[in-house]
Design a protein around this ligand. Structure first.
Ligand code: ZN
Length: 269
């Protein structure tokens, strides 16, 4: 068994569901076609993935396809519960998983142990995330039966391999962590200079609803505001890199002062 359910469904379009999780305020997705269903992200360990798979099986018995928005553990370490099925991601997502899964597992298992959650720490420590086996270089169209969805890499931003899911007939975009509601965007692995233009590409899809990787679904105005904040951060990074201002000044001016410097310390990406 998979323990207590962690999540509730929100219908964001006809046959387009977002699932809100308590853990990390994560948001996953489910797009229903007539013949297949698409799962957007798989949660953070084998147990969480099993919980999500069970919740999805309560909604649909259709064959599943999985798409992973990016390689951070909370979005993709739960994939095993869905296999065998096609698992789509950007090729750099696969590479990032190969390179970082062990380090992510160690870092976050420690986080959960320190937080007094040995159960989640143990589940994570026991999880070896399956690798994606289908690639999204720029765009892949998936026919779910009566509905086509597009998996797209709109550019670099939260990571160098973000993939979004566009459901054109419902005007919904699942954005992964390119958009965050309820907390500032996470800049730790970000390509800050590219992020605003990547959000422009996302907005050009003309979504009515954007489902973030964490937090509640938002509208395009929310995304435009986050884009403006990220453009400020990108400009501050550039100013620091060019030696025009120091990091303390940039931090004071940043919309996200506590988060600014992780990315700069990684070489100003
Ligand atoms: Zn992330």
């Amino acid at each position: 068994m998979t323990g207590a359910p962690d999540g509730r469904w929100i219908e964001v379009g006809d046959g387009v569901l977002a699932r809100r999780h308590i853990e990390l305020d994560l948001t996953t997705g489910l797009v229903l076609g007539a013949e297949r269903a698409l799962v957007v992200d798989t949660r953070g360990d084998d147990q969480q993935g099993a919980e999500l798979a069970e919740a999805i099986r309560a909604v649909t018995a259709l064959p599943l396809t999985v798409v992973i928005t990016h390689a951070h553990f909370d979005h993709c370490f739960g994939t095993a519960a869905f296999l065998p099925c096609p698992v789509y991601a950007h090729p750099r997502c696969r590479a990032a998983l190969v390179a970082t899964a062990g380090a992510q597992r160690a870092e976050w298992a420690t986080y959960y142990r320190d937080r007094g959650d040995p159960g989640t720490a143990a589940a994570l420590a026991a999880t070896d995330p399956p690798l994606p086996d289908h690639r999204v270089d720029r765009e892949v169209s998936l026919d779910l039966g009566g509905r086509t969805v597009r998996l797209q890499h709109p550019g670099r931003g939260h990571t160098d391999h973000d993939v979004v899911v566009h459901v054109p007939d419902a005007a919904v975009v699942f954005a992964g962590d390119l958009v965050e509601q309820g907390a500032p965007p996470d800049l730790g692995d970000a390509v800050v200079a590219d992020w605003p233009a990547t959000l422009d590409a996302l907005l050009a899809l003309q979504p009515a609803v954007v489902v973030p990787g964490h937090g509640d679904p938002v509208d395009p105005a929310f995304v435009r505001a986050q884009r403006a904040d990220l453009a400020e951060v990108a400009a501050l990074h550039a100013a620091v890199a060019a030696g025009r201002i120091d990091t303390a000044t940039a931090a004071r001016r940043s919309p996200y002062p506590n988060l600014l410097w992780a990315a700069v310390d990684r070489g100003g990406r």
